[in-house]
Design a protein around this ligand. Structure first.
Ligand code: NAD
Length: 271
């Protein structure tokens, strides 16, 4: 989309990791619907990435699928090189890719621990660093956006809610909180905004068993005061606003989008 379009992300180029499924796919589609051209990163299932690209282009947007494992430095750097060669630059990076490998703590193997930290935390470090390098190289383009660049880290309510049985995952999300805040502090003078979104329970493949049956969903809803499980589109809409100039004065924050899951719902009746 040209910068002259009235869409709020017109003229901007975005990269979303893990964008061939769930929240990442919804974020990619929402950024595109708001006028950004979008890199749809994937690691497996290229057909799912192609489907997201097709949905965006069928709607009149611009999208490109690029394969990269976010935990591998050479692959992340090659992805950014390809994206910048294609679009000229990037203005928005959403570090969304994430996995769960669950195990009781005393049974958790080093490999299970390391895999989750590699993808969820090191993957974000690698993508944020490449994004910052490009944003600082280019600087602010006032006709495109007030900021030189915008980063969203996909965190979780588990950056603040401990989660037994998922110690590797909760640790990775707690790490993302300090990664995001420290990077935001360091890069603010360069007009780069860095924020996190902390989703609660959102209906995606990562937590399929938690909402797939009426019984499972009813149990999950006891943790959600607003009494509905979130949809990927909820997060997509927030992401498009958070990277827009309407949110230009927000940096270093986690925006929880969780139907009240972080409100200690047990205390509503049990305090
Ligand atoms: P999902 O399984 O649908 O999507 C995860 C995506 O990450 C997939 O596209 C997957 O291919 C990709 N991915 C995994 N490993 C990768 C790697 N090494 N390199 C590149 N991509 C990789 O699940 P989702 O719910 O959409 O998860 C997206 C993000 O949202 C994750 O960071 C997750 O922790 C976070 N989150 C989800 C929920 C929820 O309830 N669904 C809640 C809080 C946080």
């Amino acid at each position: 989309m040209p910068a002259s379009s009235s869409l709020r992300l017109a003229g901007q180029h975005a990269l979303v990791t893990g964008a061939n499924s769930g929240i990442g796919a919804a974020v990619a589609k929402s950024l595109a619907a708001n006028g950004a051209s979008v890199v749809v990163n994937y690691v497996g299932h290229p057909e799912a990435a192609d489907a997201v690209v097709k949905e965006i282009t069928d709607a009149g947007g611009v999208a490109l699928a690029i394969q990269a494992d976010v935990s591998q430095e050479d692959q992340v750097q090659a992805m950014f090189r390809q994206a910048i060669a294609q679009f000229g630059t990037l203005h928005i990076v959403v570090a969304n890719a994430g996995i769960q490998v669950d195990a009781p703590f005393i049974d958790m193997t080093l490999a299970q621990w390391q895999k989750v930290l590699d993808v969820n935390l090191t993957g974000q470090f690698l993508c944020l660093r490449e994004a910052a390098r490009e944003f600082m190289r280019r600087g602010v383009q006032p006709d495109v956006s007030k900021a030189a660049g915008k980063i969203i880290c996909m965190s979780s309510v588990h950056e603040v809610i401990p989660w037994g049985g998922h110690v590797n995952y909760a640790t990775s999300k707690g790490g993302i909180m300090e990664l995001m805040k420290s990077v935001a502090q360091e890069l603010a003078p360069h007009k780069i905004r860095v924020n996190s979104i902390g989703p609660g329970a959102i209906k995606t493949p990562i937590n399929h068993d938690a909402w797939a049956t009426p019984e499972a969903e009813a149990k999950l809803l006891t943790l959600i005061p607003y009494n509905r499980v979130g949809e990927p589109e909820d997060i997509g809409q927030l992401a498009a606003w958070l990277v827009s100039d309407e949110a230009d004065y927000i940096t270093g924050q986690t925006i929880f989008m969780d139907g009240g899951m972080t409100l200690y719902p047990g205390f509503a009746t049990g305090g």
